[in-house]
Design a protein around this ligand. Structure first.
Ligand SMILES: [Zn+2]
Length: 101
């Protein structure tokens, strides 16, 4: 396999992740399959986690990262759990590192 010197950008990994994981890439609302992610370095959104008494403040565990993908046609929003995505990314990078070094 050829050297992989070009630094992969996030959007490449997002496309690869979707191609590997999603069985149905069509938007469930409008039926098109064109999704837009936000460009680095602002690719993630963070949701605040809380109890019934309101959000937990000043805690590292109080936010969860998601990768937003919005339908270019209708604006429908999908959120990929950042932990799932980053774990997949690390596993993939490990595979690439062991085969090229
Ligand atoms: Zn749509």
């Amino acid at each position: 396999m050829a050297e992989v010197e070009v630094q992969r950008i996030l959007v490449d990994d997002v496309r690869e992740f979707i191609a590997e994981k999603w069985k149905h890439s069509e938007c469930e609302l409008c039926g098109t399959d064109r999704w837009m992610s936000y460009p680095e370095p602002t690719e993630y959104i963070y949701l605040t986690v809380g109890s019934g008494h309101g959000p937990v403040v000043f805690s590292a565990q109080a936010t969860v990262a998601f990768l937003p993908l919005s339908c270019i046609n209708c604006g429908n929003l999908r959120l990929i759990d950042g932990r799932t995505f980053e774990q997949w990314r690390r596993t993939k990078e490990l595979g690439a590192t062991t085969s090229s070094r």
